[in-house]
Design a protein. Structure first.
Length: 129
């Protein structure tokens, strides 16, 4: 199983948070569509991706396009929440040993960004308690 397969398995089905932790490089970087600065390190990247899985993952989430390179992939996704169709891309870079080193998310339209900003904020706050 490739690292990309492991990511897909996590977000689309298993939701296994220990597997997500293993998939992340210790120096992983996460870039959010709403946070200005990159979030650096496995722990913070894990918090964002596990929160995103709770907000976006599961029923109705689908990858609709895929483009690969030697060490990465761009995955286009869609999910409808509260009547708003969220369309975005995950831009993922992998290390030579098959772990995620960089994960950037871009989302459209503005209504979707605003909705995700609110929902992710709520999820991250709940996870911090």
């Amino acid at each position: 199983m490739t690292a990309l397969d492991s990511w897909r398995d996590f977000i689309m089905g298993s939701h296994d948070h220990s597997a997500l932790g293993d998939l992340l490089h210790p120096d992983a970087v996460f870039e959010s569509p709403v946070v200005h600065t990159p979030q650096r390190g496995r722990d913070i990247t894990f918090k964002y991706l596990s929160s995103a899985e709770k907000v976006l993952g599961g029923a109705g989430f689908s990858y609709t396009g895929e483009w690969r390179s030697e060490n990465g992939a761009v995955l286009e996704f869609e999910k409808q929440i509260d009547g708003i169709l969220i369309n975005g891309v995950d831009i993922i870079t992998f290390s030579g040993d098959g772990r995620i080193t960089h994960f950037k998310v871009m989302v459209r339209p503005l209504k979707a960004i605003n909705l995700l900003h609110r929902l992710m904020g709520e999820q991250l706050a709940a996870a911090a308690q």
